[in-house]
Design a protein around this ligand. Structure first.
Ligand code: ZN
Length: 375
């Protein structure tokens, strides 16, 4: 037995750590998480607070809880929501939130950051994108398509409604952090509605590689992701895509964190700017449509040739499909021209698999060297 880990060993507390402990900044000192039914942001003192927030009762008779981090500034200001992992295996947003909470101090903050590192706790625990209802026949519900309170969707619909009432409704702005689906990689890109001026500014200030303008899609779409339900409630919101599922990618995490720091600065929540502009894109490409190349009716093993961010003219060969014996099945060509926003990294290709997405570039926004939105 390793005596250092025996609680009976009196020398336990005196044992010298093998590595020097990272001391939290005094102003960011956090107490143990409190379990609460509701968040009362107004009653909190300036500083950092951690909570387990009760949502629904669960099938064990206990409560389903989500982790919540609050950073309250020393001066008043808006409440900014930063939500992550509503698709439970899209993990890069979690360290983005942690990094922000290490970087921003209450003395530098005007307002409150309300962050939920894991929105879909069940999907996260099961390493899955979706939320399984515990009723035995409705597995795999997409919480992000149930945010308009579809209570006929069982537990998932009720859970989504609680997220709206207890988190979304508390916020003045929302940055919803996602990632590409499992087996895909992508640029740093953002979905935002250009017809909503405040949301559009938030997206530009994050300085991603690409912004996909969903204004035209928003009118006809029937599903209600968090971003859209928030915008409908006059809470400007955007969806930020950060890297791949099921991994932490330090470079992408870093870029997204600095993008958020710039966006917070531009809504005047920081007394001193904190973003490192060298980490961020100097130009952002804007697209009004996201087009998908798929393998249509054929299946096999796929190798995508086109790289992320590459401009591909119409009819460019973008991928090769072989069968399991190594025989060529098909050379896949893009029927569109534009830049590659995400691409498949998983060779297993069933019919209908998305090979890559192509964005026809409508305009490019040049950013100033520090701060600002470009235009
Ligand atoms: Zn997602």
């Amino acid at each position: 037995m390793n005596i250092l880990f025996s609680p009976l060993n009196q020398s336990f507390t005196q044992a010298k750590p093998r590595f020097s402990a990272i001391k939290p900044k005094p102003s960011n000192k956090v107490e143990l998480p409190k379990v609460v039914d509701h968040l009362d942001l107004k009653s909190l003192a300036p500083g950092q607070h951690h909570f387990w927030l009760n949502l629904l009762p669960n099938s064990m008779g206990g409560q389903t809880q989500i982790p919540v981090m609050v950073l309250k500034g020393e001066q008043p200001g808006p409440v900014v929501g930063i939500t992550s992992a509503i698709h439970g295996n899209e993990l890069n947003g979690i360290p983005v939130i942690q990094k922000l909470f290490e970087t921003v101090t209450p003395s530098n903050l005007k307002g409150t950051i309300l962050a939920v590192p894991v929105m879909n706790v069940r999907g996260f625990q099961e390493n899955k994108r979706l939320f399984d209802n515990h009723d035995g026949y409705r597995d795999g519900m997409d919480l992000n398509h149930l945010m308009d309170g579809r209570l006929n969707q069982g537990e998932a619909g009720m859970y989504a409604q609680e997220l709206v009432e207890k988190i979304v409704d508390q916020c003045d702005y929302i940055f919803d952090l996602h990632g590409n689906g499992l087996g895909r990689e992508g640029l740093n890109y953002i979905y935002a509605d250009k017809s909503n001026a405040d949301s559009w500014k938030m997206a530009l200030n994050c300085r991603p590689d690409v912004i996909i303008n969903i204004a035209s899609k928003a009118k006809k779409h029937t599903v209600m992701p968090l971003m859209r339900i928030a915008n409908k409630k006059y809470i400007p919101a955007i969806t930020i895509e950060i890297g791949q599922a099921c991994v932490f990618e330090p470079k992408r995490i870093n870029r997204a964190s600095h993008g958020l720091l710039n966006a917070l600065n531009e809504i005047r929540m920081l007394k001193q700017p904190l973003a490192d502009y060298d980490q961020l894109s100097k130009k952002t490409k804007i697209t009004n449509s996201e087009l998908f190349v798929s393998t249509l009716k054929k299946g096999g093993l796929l190798t995508v040739k086109s790289r992320l961010g590459e401009f591909i003219p119409k009819n460019t060969p973008v991928a090769e499909l072989k069968d399991v014996f190594g025989e060529n099945v098909e050379t896949i060509r893009s029927p569109f021209e534009g830049i590659v926003v995400f691409r498949s990294t998983n060779p297993v290709a069933a019919p209908g698999k998305l090979v890559l997405s192509v964005a026809p570039v409508a305009e490019e926004v040049q950013h100033s060297s520090v701060g600002g939105t470009g235009k």
